[in-house]
Design a protein around this ligand. Structure first.
Ligand code: KG4
Ligand code: ZN
Length: 343
């Protein structure tokens, strides 16, 4: 089955062609970072307008790169939520229109299911069951995964998502949007022993997260070390970035270990933008090695938003006979554990 995937839930236009026999044929990504950077965050209306400009040319490009024509496709999968409603509408309307023209079925994919399944595109995909840590700009979820659509939420963030916390801490350090990768780069020059930031909610049982206290702790540390200029001196900034990243990575690792213990599963999948973080991968790798569990993640470019994960997730559901009716469906909010199982 040959499926076009279209991702427009936030500030990246991602498209891809996935073939159930041959794998991923081609993918293209256009990031709107430059548009939103001057505002310090995503401006939803600008995001929608730019998806309109970019999605069709990118689809033409990805079809050409795959060596296929639109009417060779068997189906289209688009991100139907969760995300920015206007941005989602662009991908949904375009996908519906193209599918109508080509006379093929359409399926609306859950963005976080896309992230969760992205490691399946790698050479050594994880087998079911596994625990998934989904860490993106909008979500922090620990999920027990028995199969596609068989999800139980084990824990989630009570306030900010991990990526959001990275972005806010980055702002305190005057780093450009998007802050996560910039903070991670700055942290490389930091001294890991200079500050010890709290590991929130790890001193009590449970699998939920909270990052707001860590955010306040970061702000206070920045303020305490701001002497003459508007910001602390460069080495202190790097030390703060390092301490923040370490606290997030260790907190996530503690909860992942607990989730694996609770479920008895031996595989951990990390997905979403923050799973691109090298320190997090390192910390988890050594933590898991201690009790014989294995870690899985997607290649860097498929950790953040992309069309390949949507094409893949959509293809699995389409092959199981699922498709949407004729209405254009998008959802700003959409709990992951309400998805139907594959069969
Ligand atoms: O999954 P994603 O691309 O979009 C959402 O679905 O939200 O995740 C974006 C988030 C942003 O908060 C970004 O700062 C964060 O992932 N991020 C990172 C890194 N790369 C992206 N955070 C920490 N370290 C990174 N290397
Ligand atoms: Zn995402």
């Amino acid at each position: 089955m040959l499926v076009l995937g279209v991702e427009t839930s936030c500030d990246e236009t991602g498209v891809a062609v996935y073939d159930s026999d041959r794998g991923l044929l081609a993918h293209r990504l256009y990031s709107q970072v430059a548009i939103h950077a001057e505002y310090g965050g995503v401006v939803p209306e600008l995001a929608s307008r730019d998806h309109i400009r970019k999605s069709l040319p990118l689809i033409e490009e990805v079809l050409a790169a795959s060596g296929i024509k639109g009417n060779d496709l068997d189906a289209i999968a688009y991100t139907a939520g969760p995300g920015l409603i206007g941005a989602l509408m662009v991908g949904a309307s375009l996908s519906r229109a193209l599918a109508f023209g080509w006379g093929i079925p359409v399926i609306g994919v859950h963005h976080m299911e896309g992230h969760l399944l992205a490691p399946m595109l790698e050479e050594k995909p994880p087998a079911f069951p596994f625990v998934a840590l989904l860490v993106s700009g909008g979500h922090t979820l620990l999920v027990g995964v028995e199969g596609i659509g068989r999800y139980s939420i084990l824990g989630e963030s009570l306030d900010d998502a991990a990526g959001e916390a990275f972005d806010k801490a980055a702002k305190m350090l005057d780093l450009p949007y998007p802050g996560g990768p910039a903070l991670a780069r700055l942290a490389e020059a930091g001294d890991i022993d200079r500050f010890r930031f709290p590991r929130p909610m790890t001193d009590r049982p449970g699998l939920d997260f909270s990052f707001s206290g860590l955010k306040t702790f970061t702000l206070n540390t920045v303020n305490e070390h701001t002497l003459d200029g508007p910001l602390p001196e460069p080495q202190t900034m790097a030390d703060i970035a390092c301490a923040f990243q370490e606290a997030v990575a260790q907190t996530l690792a503690i909860k992942c270990r607990r989730a694996l213990k609770q479920t008895g599963y031996k595989r951990l999948v990390i997905a979403g933008g923050v799973s691109a973080n090298r320190r997090l991968r390192q910390v988890l790798q050594s933590e898991l090695a201690r009790f014989g569990a294995s870690l899985f993640y997607a290649r860097q470019e498929f950790c953040t938003d992309n069309g390949a994960m949507i094409a893949y997730a959509g293809c699995q559901r389409l092959m199981a006979g699922q498709r949407d009716d004729d209405s254009v469906q998008v959802k700003a909010r959409w709990p992951l554990d309400t998805l139907p199982p594959l069969n």
